[in-house]
Ligand binder design. Structure first.
Ligand code: UD1
Length: 417
């Protein structure tokens, strides 16, 4: 397990080029197996989860070649319809392969995500939707076996606008017989990016980005090229790094239109921005203000993924902020570590009350998941003294070379294996 060593207290200054979005590239790589022609995906971030996805593709019999940020997938040799338990457990989001494998092979076999040690993350909405599309599902020895000699379009209402379930339905419906209508669909920009790629492969999809997505099945999809959208969560994390250090950071290649909820909260905290074409500059901030109440919500609401990095900003604000986590019940795991660094945070159920303090202090802390790990890095950048963040593997799942980008902006940060 790697560790990051940070000597805090330096205002960051400089430019950061924003990587391609992790949550967009994973379903897009899954979509690439829907055709037996070659697909070329540009702007893929250098992340562990992307490497794992390449392993899944190869395991299925596809050729997947990574050359810098370009991944070429040739699905013509697909021969397996099973994702092994190890890969499934290491990367829960591999469940989005289910729909793609079914479309391609009419069978799919994946291990139950519930069998993994990282807690329950249900897939009931995915399975209910697949059944509506005509998939027979049985569960056996910890595996989910899916079979659909024919996929049929259907009207599917999601009880909750799940991102993964919406993607799985799209991947299962693109070549189904007839029309599929997803209502209460997730509206995240990553859904739109997937739809853009699928359309460039010949799929007929309208409404992505709204609550109703219509898909008319086509017989066959063809190869295509795509450039992955910028990562809005990574972009907001670096803006937060600017805010907590009183720094002056310009993001290059960020898409402001995906970031309204996050920019609104930072503005409420006193941040001022300058927007250019694909650039966002956060100006030096002298004092951080508290946020009255921040609630995580499905898009276009405030994203759960940036809740923990923004908690570090709130920890240094003047006044008290309240954060309510509505999406995942277990997303306050960074709080104990922030408290060890001097933050004043109380958690009760899904609510956290954050009383801003003047200063955080360096400490030896442990990342327990991806975004909570990023929150600790931000705290380390702002803190007095040295911070060691253990378990950087979690952070590497979502942030490409975080220590490199931050040190290029003047942070005193390095990684030890
Ligand atoms: C995706 C993102 C993740 C982000 C999340 C919410 C990827 C790879 N991951 O995860 O970073 O935090 O969206 O924006 O894109 N749920 C059910 N049953 C289901 C599916 C989901 O109850 O079948 C619940 C979940 O427990 C959770 C909520 O719905 O409470 C949201 O989950 P979902 O939108 O599906 O998140 P993911 O697609 O897993």
């Amino acid at each position: 397990m790697g560790r990051l060593i940070i000597s805090g207290g330096r205002p960051l200054e400089g430019e950061i080029k924003i990587q391609g979005a992790k949550n967009a590239v994973l379903p897009i790589l899954a979509a690439a197996i829907l055709t037996d022609e070659k697909c070329v995906i540009n702007n893929c971030p250098a992340l562990r989860d992307v490497d794992k996805t390449i392993l899944i593709l190869r395991d299925l019999g596809c050729e997947a070649i990574k050359n810098g940020s370009v991944i070429t997938v040739d699905g013509s040799g697909i021969r397996d319809c099973r994702i092994c338990e190890n890969l499934m457990c290491e990367m829960r989001s591999s469940i989005i392969f289910l729909g793609a494998i079914l479309t391609r092979c009419r069978r799919a076999n994946v291990s139950m995500p519930g069998g993994c040690p990282i807690g329950l993350r249900p897939i009931d909405l995915h399975l209910k939707a697949l059944r509506k599309l005509g998939v027979e599902i049985t569960e056996e020895h910890g595996y989910i076996n899916c079979r659909a000699d024919r996929l049929r379009g259907a009207d599917i209402h999601l009880d909750f606008p799940s991102v993964g379930a919406t993607e799985n339905i799209m991947l299962s419906a693109v070549c189904a017989d007839g029309e599929t209508v997803i209502s209460n669909a997730a509206r995240e920009p990553e859904i739109v990016d997937l739809a853009v790629f699928l359309r460039s492969m010949g799929a007929r999809i309208t409404g992505a980005g709204s609550s109703v997505i219509r898909i008319t099945g086509v017989k066959k999809l063809h190869g295509a090229q795509h450039t992955v959208m910028p990562d809005r969560i990574v972009a907001a994390t670096y803006l937060a790094a600017g805010a907590v250090t009183g720094g002056d950071i310009t993001l290059i290649g960020a898409d402001k239109t995906h970031m309204d909820a996050m920019l609104d909260v930072l503005s409420e905290m006193g941040a001022q921005f300058e927007f250019g074409e694909n650039t966002i500059r956060i100006k030096p901030l002298e004092e951080i203000k508290s946020v009255h109440i921040l609630r995580t919500m499905p898009y276009p609401g405030f994203p759960t993924d940036i809740q923990s990095p923004f908690m570090t900003v709130a920890a240094l604000a003047r006044g008290t902020s309240i954060f309510v986590e509505n999406i995942f019940e277990n997303r306050f795991r960074h709080v104990d570590e922030l408290v060890r660094m001097g933050a004043d945070i109380r958690v009760s159920g899904r609510c956290a009350v954050i009383r801003g303090v003047d200063r955080l202090y360096g400490a030896h802390v442990r990342a327990r998941e991806l975004r909570g790990g990023a929150a600790l890095v931000l705290a380390g950048l702002a803190a007095h003294g040295e911070t060691i963040v253990e378990n950087t593997e979690y952070i590497d799942r979502g942030y490409e070379c975080i220590e490199k980008y931050l040190s290029e902006c003047g942070a005193d940060i390095h990684k030890e294996a």
